[in-house]
Design a protein around this ligand. Structure first.
Ligand code: 8IG
Length: 278
């Protein structure tokens, strides 16, 4: 992040996002993007299926972006041009994200999606890796996020912004994905702050609550994007059974490995779905 501007993100998050969006337009020469993708752990390789990016640059060169600290989150931004029915679709891709557990507050966590909306994106695709709370889910399986449970006691929204969250993960878009991949399952994603994984007791608690997937991201971004009027698609790649399910310990290296293994299938899914979303 450009340090003389770091205060702006916290005091004026939307103004900072607007400035960053202007910088993206200048760097890429693309005045308006249509769809943004946030590539979570294990998903970065999947965007190679979208073709050759027309531009790639470092997020932290833009107003308000912090350098990423997690393995598998490079902090690069790419722009792709895809076509559908002869028309051109501009896709903005964030390789990696900032998480609440990094301790910088919630503003950096949602700055990417806010910037994407300010570049013109009306659809935000949020990908992540997660642990399976639902014991029928298998490692390497993509799951459509149908709804979420937030257990972080924080929100990207401040003040009397009483946003309706009954269709955050757009039903319209979920139907398009299911038409593309009829076997894809849906689930409820629960957000814990981390960085520690859960205890087996916590996993049993959230299973009782109706959760299918557990992770440390996506929920604040979905809320921030929805509050700005964007439609959200959330897809989670199951990379481990949640704590206590198999009796094995959880290890971030396994998460990255499971993601690498699923790269091809996730790429095909994104490449098929993205042109149909607009
Ligand atoms: I990948 O089991 C991944 N991310 N909180 N718990 C939480 N986050 C995760 C998990 C998990 N697996």
């Amino acid at each position: 992040m450009n340090s003389q501007n770091s205060g702006d993100l916290y005091s004026d998050p939307l103004g900072t996002a607007t400035k960053a969006a202007g910088q993206i337009a200048t760097i890429t020469g693309v005045p308006k993007h249509d769809i943004a993708l946030v590539m979570g752990s294990g998903w970065v390789g999947a965007c190679d299926a979208l073709g050759t990016p027309t531009h790639e640059f470092d997020a932290h060169d833009l107003e308000g972006f912090v350098a990423p600290t997690v393995v598998g989150h490079s902090g690069k931004i790419r722009t792709y041009e895809m076509t559908h029915h002869g028309g051109s679709i501009r896709v903005l891709v964030f390789l990696g994200r900032t998480h609440l557990y990094e301790g910088k507050g919630i503003e950096p966590v949602v700055h990417g999606v806010r910037t994407a909306v300010k570049t013109g994106c009306k659809i935000i695709v949020l990908t992540n890796a997660s642990g399976a709370v639902n014991t029928t889910f298998k490692v390497g399986q993509p799951v459509l996020i149908r709804d979420h449970i937030s257990l972080t006691a924080t929100s990207p929204l401040i003040g009397a912004d009483f946003v309706d969250l009954s269709d955050v993960y757009s039903k319209r878009i979920r139907e398009i994905v299911k038409a593309e991949d009829p076997w894809i399952e849906e689930g409820v994603y629960v957000h814990f702050r981390g960085p520690a994984y859960e205890t087996p007791a916590e996993i049993n608690m959230v299973r009782t609550m109706g959760a299918d997937l557990v992770g440390m991201s996506t929920v604040p971004e979905a809320i921030a994007a929805h509050a700005l009027g964007a439609e959200v698609l959330g897809i989670s790649l199951v990379t481990n059974a949640a704590a206590g399910v198999t009796g094995e310990k959880l290890d971030h290296k396994e998460v990255v490995a499971a993601g690498l293994e699923a790269t091809g299938r996730m790429g095909t899914l994104l490449n098929g779905v993205i042109p149909k979303l607009l």
